[in-house]
Write a new protein. Structure first.
Length: 581
């Protein structure tokens, strides 16, 4: 349905009233001379974006020219045929004695999605009234055809996410690829799936049956293309409570923390006062004990890392590049510079990264230019053109790689939560606003990112609005309840959600306190909307080997796929807490 652009109409009327008053020539309508003429050019505009996540195309101009009118007021109406494509026609400027220009703006490509889009701008001119209910000038109505092409989201590579699960228990995975049909049957190593649901030609959700430890190639019968990804199942248990020591000097902060479940290894990003000496360190578990001397490599200006969905690459971001590391040797396999020029963007840096099951990783910026983000194609080792985002969100996502959630912090009013969907390949804003921040002043740098259960049905976010609690939300960002974040004598330094989504764990540090508390997310919240605390076996006292020296030091914690072991990395040590009660 067409609609009138009110601002553009008012501007147009004022513009042309001025133009006509300054014109020379015959009176009124030109008498027996040339009748009034109205011309708009060009008659067509073309816009394009490489993908839905590309930057919005630059606005373009159209020029309106009036000839043969010497006095009076010219009224102009602008009618946009498809306002979902053309969002505004405005910013009028006088460019000559009888002409003016207007700017045509189109929608963000993420808003309209991939494909060919079109709109028609109709420009109506008259000297009778603002609605042009009387005669129009010759040449009116003039039309401008607008074409807008948005490139398609690349088809996802074959993937099973999560690619590692727990043996002897059912589990859910997302299967990504091409050529899927409603009749596609799924099996794991020849054993049929317990259930499967077709979502699209590139996505199937499936539940694998109870199977022993091992690697299970996924077979898709009835799909239109070959499929090559596998699922690896590992045994639960096997870990015991212990402290893993760092080599000297001790790190000052955490620049990443990951558990490589298929190889039973912990990878820690260690930040030092001299950022050029930052390191990635890998501790392997041999079935009985952890390495005492880690595999370590220096990664100058390391900011963070994540394992790729298939676990075959460690994707590390430094200030200016993304380094692809072998997850076993930590040797660099490739280095890809970001696509912005530091000479025009001084001081900004790559800040954080989360991998998704469509073969992408979302990368955020930090520094003076906080609002840039990129998509990094893991297989192609390429960055997209940076596209604008929020001011400085913390980002996180579930193990199944279905999405990345961007939660803003430090701004008032609270900003909408944004989500990158691996299904659509697009970042969109939600209707839910949340101010993600730490309740302690001056600790913005130390806010942990949002954490999730395995499927993304539960999200725990640091205290918002300065409140003394952390919020727990469902997949639609409705608040389900809260867990305490601080009280007299202690504060929460880190948090995690169990793979099943039934528990939340917090690490509390304070005067003579270093302990893990647990909360039952499957129960109804009580007073203050707080989830009940689990008291059997909790809290777990970590003194005298607290992993962090204070609440002001970044600490990260995560769980293994079975949810029976908690890993905590701080600036003093790594703590393994197992088996959990």
């Amino acid at each position: 349905m067409s609609r009138m652009r009110g601002i553009a109409l008012a501007c147009c009327a004022a513009l042309f009233a001025c133009l006509i008053a300054s014109c020379s020539g015959g009176g009124g309508g030109g008498g027996g001379g040339t009748p009034p003429q109205f011309v708009v050019s060009p008659t067509s505009l073309s816009f394009s974006a490489a993908s839905p996540n590309a930057a919005r195309p630059s606005s373009q101009t159209i020029t309106a020219t009036v000839n043969g009118v010497s006095a009076g007021t010219l009224f102009v109406r602008i009618v946009v045929g498809n306002p979902a494509v053309v969002t505004a026609v405005d910013n009028l400027v006088i460019t000559g004695p009888t002409s003016g220009q207007m700017m045509v703006h189109v929608a963000d490509p993420a808003t309209i999605g991939p494909g060919s889009h079109s709109s028609v701008i109709t420009v109506i001119a008259c000297t009778t009234d603002i609605n042009c209910s009387g005669p129009q000038l010759t040449g009116s109505p003039a039309t401008v055809n607008v074409a807008y092409q948005v490139g398609a989201v690349p088809p996802p590579p074959d993937a099973v996410a999560p690619s590692v699960g727990t043996a002897n228990a059912q589990g859910d995975v997302i299967i990504r690829g091409q050529g899927f049909t409603p009749g596609t049957a799924v099996s794991f190593g020849g054993t049929p799936a317990a259930s499967s649901t077709f979502l699209s030609s590139t996505e199937i959700h499936a539940t694998y049956p109870v199977l022993p430890p091992g690697t299970y190639p996924v077979t898709l019968t009835g799909a239109g293309a070959p499929f090559s990804a596998s699922l690896q199942l590992v045994a639960s248990g096997g870990f015991t409570t212990t402290t893993i020591a760092y080599p000297l000097p001790l790190p000052q902060n955490m620049r990443g923390f990951a558990f490589d479940a298929r190889r039973q290894a912990l990878i820690v990003g260690a930040g030092f006062s001299l950022a050029s000496t930052n390191q990635a360190m890998r501790y392997a578990f041999d079935g009985t004990s952890w390495q005492t001397s880690p595999v370590a490599v220096t990664l100058a200006n390391l900011r963070g890392f994540t394992l790729s969905i298939d676990g075959e690459k460690l994707l590390a971001v430094t200030d200016t590049t993304l380094a692809e590391l072998n997850p076993v040797t930590l040797l660099t396999q490739a280095t890809t510079p970001r696509t912005t020029n530091l000479s025009t963007d001084p001081g900004s840096f790559l800040k954080s990264i989360v991998a998704t099951n469509d073969g992408q990783a979302l990368v955020m910026s930090g520094g003076p230019n906080f609002n840039q983000r990129w998509l990094y194609a893991v297989a192609g080792r390429t960055f997209s053109t940076p596209f604008a985002g929020q001011f400085s969100p913390a980002i996180g996502g579930p193990d199944n790689g279905s999405r990345v959630v961007l939660v803003e912090g430090g701004l008032s009013p609270a900003q909408p939560i944004q989500v990158y969907s691996a299904t659509s390949g697009v970042v969109t804003s939600t209707s839910v606003s949340l101010a993600h921040q730490n309740p302690l002043p001056g600790r913005v740098e130390n806010i942990n990112p949002p954490v999730f259960d395995r499927s993304g049905s539960r999200m725990l976010v640091a205290a918002f609005g300065g409140s003394e609690f952390h919020g727990v939300f469902d997949a639609n960002f409705s608040e389900l309840g809260r867990v305490p974040s601080s009280s007299v004598g202690f504060s929460t330094a880190a948090y995690a959600v169990s793979p099943s989504g039934n528990r939340a764990y917090t690490l509390e540090i304070g005067t003579s306190i270093c302990r893990v508390r647990a909360f039952d997310l499957s129960a109804s919240p009580g007073a203050g909307n707080l989830f009940p605390e689990i008291v059997t076996g909790f809290p777990i006292d970590l003194l005298p080997d607290c992993p962090g020296s204070s609440i002001t030091t970044p600490i990260q914690m995560l769980l293994n796929p079975a949810g029976d072991t908690l890993f905590i990395a701080g600036n003093l040590a790594i703590r393994v807490v197992a088996p959990l009660p």
